[in-house]
Design a protein around this ligand. Sequence first.
Ligand code: NDP
Ligand code: MG
Length: 384
Amino acid sequence: MKVITVLGSTGSIGTQALQVAEKHNIKIKALAAHSNAKLLAQQAEKFGAEYVCIFDENKKQELSAYLNGSKATILTGMEGLKTIAALDGVDIMLNSVVGMVGLVPTLTAIEKGTDIALANKETLVAGGELVINSAKEKGVKIYPVDSEHSAIFQALQGNSMNRIRSIILTASGGPFFGKTKEELKNVTVEQALAHPNWSMGSKITIDSATLMNKGLEFIEAMWLFDLKPEQIEIVVHRESVVHSAVEYEDNSVIAQLGVPDMKIPIQYALLYPERVECPTKHLSLTDYGKLSFMKPDYETFDCLTACIKAVTIGGTLPAAVNGANEEAVAAFLAGKIGFLRIGELVTEVAENTERKDITCVDDILSADAEARNYVKKKIEAALS
Ligand code: NDP
Ligand code: MG
């Protein structure tokens, strides 16, 4: 029986992963969330988790009350996440927390030699070089959960002797595809949260509306598959059926298709290389009839341009644009800034941050903190 731990178990990816775990009898050794004590406790009881971490220390009593006499060890904060990441006897740690906070637990699991199923893309965006190099050194496998990267990973199977010429990274285009900046001036949080194809957590849903998500995925793909920026083509594909593709030297393009349901890539990452029944719908291409493919609008969706610029410069730049975006998205969700301001702030950080080399995790954390401070100050100044 496979044994896993899940960081971010109460979120969109985490809850779907637990459905997969239930279907395939995967043992859950530990679970972690930020503050949703009630659901975390229910999950821990249902799956018999031995360790439960609530990041927000103020919720510890509440979690303990909900757990009501269970023998699970209760942990809190970053130390708790690190304890889970360093547990013995774990086959895979699924990292599905949202945001840069996932970086240190990922590095801890790698240090421990535990394979990782990675949904938390911010980890690779901010710390790609460090994460990939440490994983290589320790012989740790990173199984992508993001649907596009899972598709690429699937299209690579059986082709280890062949060189990738390029990849096609598909993008749904989000709720605002085809709109101009003028039309996006006054969009509401509610409109930005209405994704046409995927049901996801609020941060990634906003990232999908600004296309920051595709920028983050561009960087994620470079690290996961050792690609140069010029080897990645972003294609807007409104239906989200072709999840991405690999082009080989012979001009053959191998893609992975499926209904837009994250349980497929989650299951592939957890059960790799097995393909067994998955609790999702069957894909009927004739129901779709037509599939469309278009170029993205880099001018309107300036987050995408900022990400590509940042990763081309390299060093701490991707960590900076990611940190700026996390802060700007939180401010947008809190009603403090307008939708277009997210792209402006991310672009400002991409243009004004000085590149530094990454030699250790602290270089990443300080680039992240600096960018967040810059964005926070700008937002506060505009509000006062
Ligand atoms: P959600 O917002 O739905 O869930 C986030 C999860 O992380 C929750 O369980 C939350 O706990 C937990 N969490 C947040 N901060 C911390 C912390 N400091 N310590 C411990 N747990 C924490 O996000 P998603 O599931 O949508 O996304 C998760 C990650 O997966 C993101 O990086 C996203 O980009 C990526 N991803 C998501 C996809 C999707 O379809 N949803 C697709 C591809 C990638 P709590 O509930 O208590 O707040
Ligand atoms: Mg994706």
